[in-house]
Write a protein that binds this ligand. Structure first.
Ligand SMILES: Nc1ncnc2c1ncn2[C@@H]1O[C@H](COP(=O)(O)OP(=O)(O)OP(=O)(O)O)[C@@H](O)[C@H]1O
Ligand SMILES: [Zn+2]
Length: 461
C-alpha cells in the first residue's frame, strides 16, 4: 500500500488516486532566467523518482511540470543582457532540457509555459472577479481578495489574523488588504505585455499554476508538488484561486521537497551560493548526482558537499562491482528482494531504505557469484539492475563505470569527453593554440588523443 506524506494534513496517508489506475501529478517548475542549480536538480530528480515509481506500480501517470517564462527576474535579466525575454527564456529552457537529459530525468507528459496560456489565465481571473473573489486596483492591476476565501491558510497552517498582524498595505498599491496578492500586473514601459480586460499587462506568478494545472489535469487532481518554500504563499494562493474559481477541491495530496543547502542556507540563485548542474557534472557522473540527491528522504534538507558526492560515487562503485562480469539475463521477479524495495518506496518514497535494499541484494549477488558462479548470480544481478533502474541508477556498463574512476589523473571519462568537445570547438574556431593546449593538458594527465578524420578517440597511457 503506497503511502504519501501529505503536507495538507501533515501526515502519511494511503494514496488513493481519484480514478483507479490513473494519477494526475502537477509540479511547479523553473523560472527560466539562468542555469539550473543542484536545488533545482533535487525537485527534478525527486519527482522523477515519484513519476517512475508510480508507473512501476502500474499506474498511468499524467505528469505536468510548468515553465515560468515571464516574471520580474526574467525581465530584469533580459534588460541587463539587452536581449528579448523570449530569446533569454528559450536559451535557458534548452539548457534545462540538456541538464535533465544528462541527469536521466524523464520528460514530463506536459510542460506548459505561462506565456502560452495567457487566455486561460485571463479567463480564470475574470471568473474570480465575477464571483467576488478578486477586484481591480487603481491602474490595471487585479488582486485576489483573501478575505473572500475562508479556507485561506489550510495548507500552511497559518491563520489569517496572524499573517495580517504587523503587515501594512504599502502606499503605492491599491490592495485592500496586505494579504491580497496580485493576479494581473499592469505593463510598465518597455515590458512584455498582453491585452486583457484590465489593459495591457501580464499575469502574476500564482495564477499561472492554477490556470495551467486546471487546464490540463482538471479542476481536481491527485498530487501537487514543489519545493518546500512554495508551500507558502505560492501553493496556499493556488488553492485559494482554484477552489474559489471552480468551487471544487483542488489537489488531494501535496508533496514538498526539502532544500539543498550550503552551510545551512538554501542553495539559491538570489543568494549566489549555488552550483549549476552542468558544473557539477563536469566532475561527477550523473548517476552519482542522482544517488546523492536521493540518498536521504526527499522531505529532509540535504547539504551539498564534495564529500557527499564522493561518497555517492563510491556507493555506486560497490553496486556496479556486483554487476561486473556477470552475464546479462532477462529480469524476472524475485519477491523476497523486491518486497523490501517496494515496501521502502511505498513508505512515502523512502529512497534511502530502497537503496539499502539494493546493497543487500548486491551482497547476495557477490556471495552467489563466489559460491556458485556467474551464471547462478545472473538473475539476481538482473534484478539489482532492474530495481536500480526504477531510481534511474545502474544503467551504465559496469566495466565502463568502474573504469571512469580508475584514472589516477582525476579526469573521468565525462571530463575527458568535455575537453574533447572543447577542442573540437577550438578547432572549428581555428584557435589552434587552444586546441593544442587541450591536447597537451590531457597528455600531461595521462590521456592520449587520436584524431581520425573528424573523430577523436582517447586512451589512457
Ligand atoms: N535549494 C533548493 N533545494 C530544493 N529545491 C529548490 C531549491 N531552490 C529552488 N528549488 C525548487 O525549484 C523549483 C523551481 O524554482 P524556481 O525556478 O522558482 O527557483 P527559486 O526557488 O526562485 O530558486 P532561486 O532562489 O535559486 O532563484 C521550485 O519547486 C523550488 O522550490
Ligand atoms: Zn506553481
Amino acid at each position: 500500500m503506497l503511502q504519501i506524506y501529505n503536507s495538507l494534513t501533515n501526515k502519511k496517508e494511503k494514496f488513493e488516486p481519484r480514478t483507479a489506475g490513473e494519477v494526475k501529478l502537477y509540479v511547479c517548475g523553473m523560472t527560466v532566467y539562468d542555469h539550473c542549480h543542484l536545488g533545482h536538480a533535487r525537485v527534478l530528480v525527486a519527482f522523477d523518482v515519484v513519476y517512475r515509481y508510480l508507473q512501476a506500480r502500474g499506474l498511468n501517470v499524467t505528469y505536468v511540470r510548468n515553465i515560468t517564462d515571464i516574471d520580474d527576474k526574467i525581465i530584469a535579466r533580459a534588460n541587463e543582457n539587452g536581449e528579448e525575454f523570449l530569446a533569454l527564456t528559450e536559451r535557458f529552457i534548452d539548457a534545462m532540457h540538456e541538464d535533465e537529459r544528462a541527469l536521466g530525468v524523464l520528460p514530463p507528459t506536459h510542460e506548459p509555459k505561462a506565456t502560452e496560456n495567457i487566455p486561460e489565465i485571463i479567463a480564470m481571473i475574470e471568473t474570480l472577479i465575477e464571483k467576488g473573489n478578486a477586484y481591480q486596483g487603481k491602474s490595471g492591476d487585479v488582486y485576489f481578495d483573501v478575505s473572500s476565501f475562508p479556507d485561506y491558510g489550510k495548507l500552511s497552517g497559518r491563520k489569517v489574523e496572524d499573517l495580517r498582524a504587523g503587515e501594512r498595505v504599502a502606499v503605492d498599491t491599491s490592495k485592500k488588504d496586505p494579504l491580497d496578492f496580485v493576479l494581473w500586473k499592469p505593463a510598465k514601459e518597455g515590458e512584455p505585455s498582453w491585452e486583457s480586460p484590465w489593459g495591457n499587462g501580464r499575469p502574476g506568478w500564482h495564477i499561472e499554476c492554477s490556470a495551467m494545472s486546471t487546464k490540463i489535469l482538471g479542476n481536481s487532481f491527485d498530487i501537487h508538488g514543489g519545493g518546500h518554500d512554495l508551500q507558502f504563499p505560492h501553493h496556499e494562493n493556488e488553492i485559494a484561486q482554484s477552489e474559489a474559481c471552480t468551487g471544487e477541491h483542488f489537489a488531494n495530496y501535496w508533496m514538498h521537497n526539502g532544500f539543498i543547502r550550503i552551510d545551512d542556507e538554501k542553495m539559491s540563485k538570489s543568494l549566489g551560493n549555488f552550483f549549476t548542474i552542468r558544473d557539477v557534472l563536469k566532475t561527477y557522473s550523473p548517476e552519482a548526482v542522482r544517488y546523492f540527491l536521493i540518498s536521504s528522504n526527499y522531505r529532509s534538507p540535504l547539504n551539498y558537499s564534495t564529500e557527499s558526492l564522493d561518497a555517492a560515487t563510491s556507493a555506486l562503485d560497490r553496486l556496479y562491482n556486483a554487476l561486473r562480469g556477470i552475464p546479462e539475463v532477462e529480469y524476472t521477479r524475485w519477491t523476497a528482494y523486491e518486497d523490501k524495495f517496494y515496501a521502502a518506496m511505498d513508505d512515502d518514497f523512502n529512497t534511502a531504505e530502497a537503496l539499502a535494499s539494493l546493497f543487500e541484494l548486491a551482497r547476495d549477488v557477490n556471495k552467489l557469484n563466489q559460491t556458485k558462479g556467474e551464471a547462478e548470480a545472473a538473475p539476481l544481478a538482473a534484478l539489482l539492475k532492474h530495481l536500480g533502474g526504477l531510481l534511474g541508477l545502474l544503467q551504465q556498463d559496469p566495466d565502463q563505470w568502474l573504469q571512469k574512476d580508475a584514472g589516477e589523473d582525476g579526469l573521468d571519462a565525462d571530463a575527458i569527453e568535455a575537453k574533447i568537445q572543447e577542442r573540437i570547438q577550438a578547432k572549428a574556431d581555428k584557435d589552434w593554440g587552444k586546441a593544442d593546449g587541450i591536447r597537451d593538458e590531457l597528455k600531461a594527465a595521462g590521456v592520449t588523443l587520436e584524431d581520425k578524420g573528424t573523430e577523436t578517440s582517447w586512451r589512457r597511457d
